[in-house]
Design a protein around this ligand. Structure first.
Ligand code: WQD
Length: 333
């Protein structure tokens, strides 16, 4: 099958993808500096899959360290997850975000070029879609600008990859634009574990459920949506992980650069998610309505027809599975 390098492979999406990639018959090498993940994740991936993983604690922007990995392994394809990902922090520390996210991508691509590795899958984000576009967002939605430096780093790396493909017709690149990944592996062994106060909705809900935080702040109830709260396309992280395996298979059969949305195509409001979480898990989530969060948009969901038609992939799990699995994981912490 082949050997796949996952940068950021011990992170939330990376670890679930590592499991799916191994279960699909590939060997996995992980490069992660553990700046936002835990050293125990490697062993947990191995426990779930029953297979060994090669792990390197390195900064992906460290050219010599990446060179060593490519010298030691015949890497067939790279899935690049590593990067800073907090939208709010990116507004406060733009230089850190541009430096880190662009440096890691460039170093990785240069190393791949030296070693003749031609297949690259990139963790992009729905945040590259300007809210000036209509929903659902399609891959053809217009480039009307991002709303924060984090989004711009994704946008810029997408552009770099398009140019790399133009310069080298042997390159095969897939840009995956994730919507809102939540949930956790059904084993309860891997999941999302943000340090500090969670920025994102589901980890906040699970911490409220566990009594770590007294209540959820719902950021605005005056959006033009069915209940006034923001609507998002939540996707189970295990479905998202399977999308990467489909992208790997696509990569081996096609050259050039293609972009795909990975979402369910269905939007749920903040209160839809809260109510579903309460119902399926039998816990109460106290909440208070507060002001809107700066930079938030009312509604975001994907047109998922391209991924279905071209990759033959679609999300299988529903919002109830996402709530159950996220709660199981939180309780294991
Ligand atoms: C979802 C909804 C909030 C927290 C961001 C990035 C995106 C990706 C995922 C990646 C919104 C509301 C949230 C809370 C709330 N990033 N909310 N109370 O903003 O859609 O997407 O995270 O690495 O690029 O933009 O996700 O989970 O933060 O918010 O009411 O405490 O929940 O207003 O409507 P978002 P989110």
């Amino acid at each position: 099958m082949g050997k796949i390098l996952l940068t950021g492979g011990t992170g939330f999406i990376g670890s679930h993808t590592a499991v799916k990639v191994i279960e699909s018959g590939y060997d996995v090498v992980i490069a992660d500096d553990l700046s936002n993940s835990d050293a125990s994740v490697k062993g947990r991936i191995e426990r779930i899959t029953g297979k060994g993983v090669s792990f390197y604690q390195v900064d992906v922007a460290d050219s010599a360290a990446m060179e060593e990995i490519f010298d030691a392994h015949e890497i067939d394809a790279v899935i690049h997850f590593a990067g800073y990902k907090a939208v709010g922090e990116s507004v406060v520390r733009p230089l850190a975000y541009y430096r880190n996210n662009l440096d890691t991508a460039l170093t990785l691509l240069e190393t791949m070029q030296r070693h003749g590795c031609k297949s690259f899958i990139f963790s992009s984000s729905a945040t590259v879609y300007s809210p000036a576009n209509d929903v659902p967002f399609t891959e053809e939605s217009e480039d009307l600008g991002c709303t924060n430096p984090y989004g711009w780093t994704k946008f810029m790396i997408e552009q770099i990859l398009k140019d790399v493909c133009k310069a080298d017709p042997e390159m095969s690149v897939v840009l995956l634009r994730y919507f809102n990944p939540i949930g956790a592996h059904a084993s309860g062994l891997i999941g999302e574990n943000p340090s500090g106060v969670p920025n994102n909705l589901m980890p906040y809900i699970t911490q409220v459920a566990q009594g770590i935080r007294p209540h959820l702040n719902v950021f605005g109830d005056d959006y033009p949506t069915h209940d006034g709260t923001g609507v998002r396309d939540y996707i189970h992280v295990v479905d998202l992980a399977a999308g990467h395996v489909a992208a790997l298979e696509y990569c081996t059969a096609h050259k050039g650069c293609e972009v795909f949305n990975l979402g369910t195509g269905q939007g749920y409001s903040v209160l839809d998610l809260v109510k579903t979480f309460e119902r399926v898990n039998g816990v109460e989530i106290p909440y208070e309505i507060t002001d809107r969060r700066a930079g938030d948009i009312a509604v975001s969901y994907a047109d998922v027809s391209k991924a279905r038609e071209v990759l033959g992939w679609k999300a299988e799990k529903g919002i109830e599975d996402m709530c159950r699995d996220a709660w199981r994981w939180q309780q294991s912490l």
